[in-house]
Design a protein around this ligand. Structure first.
Ligand code: NI
Length: 171
């Protein structure tokens, strides 16, 4: 396993639409393992493949709290098939927009079809933090990050802050 470098805004890669995975083979599974390790090391609760430079429709998520057992979830080619009419607001963050947070409103529940780590077709009905996290990560697959929901001015401020953070890290 390996910890992969995480792409941050304003990298144009984050605006790209990811492609479906054709087959879940050992190469894909090794990549899933690397994604999970990268997410845990960051640390974060969700990661999309594009955030580590690969345009595959893949997410890893683990929303277990520190006092719970790890509960890694793998979503390959996920498709949202239903969203609730009720909305939820969460203060969201993103490993590609480090140390910046903003309230984002999304459907409170969603149903998702996906392929799991073993290549089996699955469906999940998510609510709470998991529903938000899935929708946030699915946005990445379509070239959208959470600051795209904010005003242009706020977005600019966030991007400048991230650029400064990244510069400082490199020094
Ligand atoms: Ni994100």
């Amino acid at each position: 396993m390996a910890i992969l470098p995480i792409v941050t805004v304003p990298d144009p890669l984050l605006k790209k639409v990811s492609e479906p995975v054709e087959k879940v083979d050992d190469k894909v599974r090794a990549f899933l393992d690397d994604m999970l390790e990268t997410m845990y090391a960051a640390p974060g609760i969700g990661l999309a493949a594009v955030q580590v430079g690969k345009l595959w429709r893949i997410l890893v998520i683990d929303i277990a709290s520190d006092d719970e057992e790890p509960n890694p979830m793998y979503f390959i080619n996920p498709v949202i098939t239903w969203t609730s009419e009720e909305f939820n607001t969460y203060n969201e963050g993103c490993l590609s927009i480090p140390e910046q947070y903003a309230d984002v409103e999304r459907p409170a529940e969603c149903k998702v079809d996906f392929i799991d780590y073993n290549g089996d077709e699955k469906e999940i009905h998510a609510d709470g933090l998991l529903a938000t996290c899935i929708q946030h990560e699915m946005d990445h697959l379509n070239g959208v990050v959470f600051i795209d929901y904010l005003s242009k001015i706020k977005r600019g401020i966030y991007v400048r802050k991230v650029k400064k953070l990244v510069r400082e890290k490199e020094e």
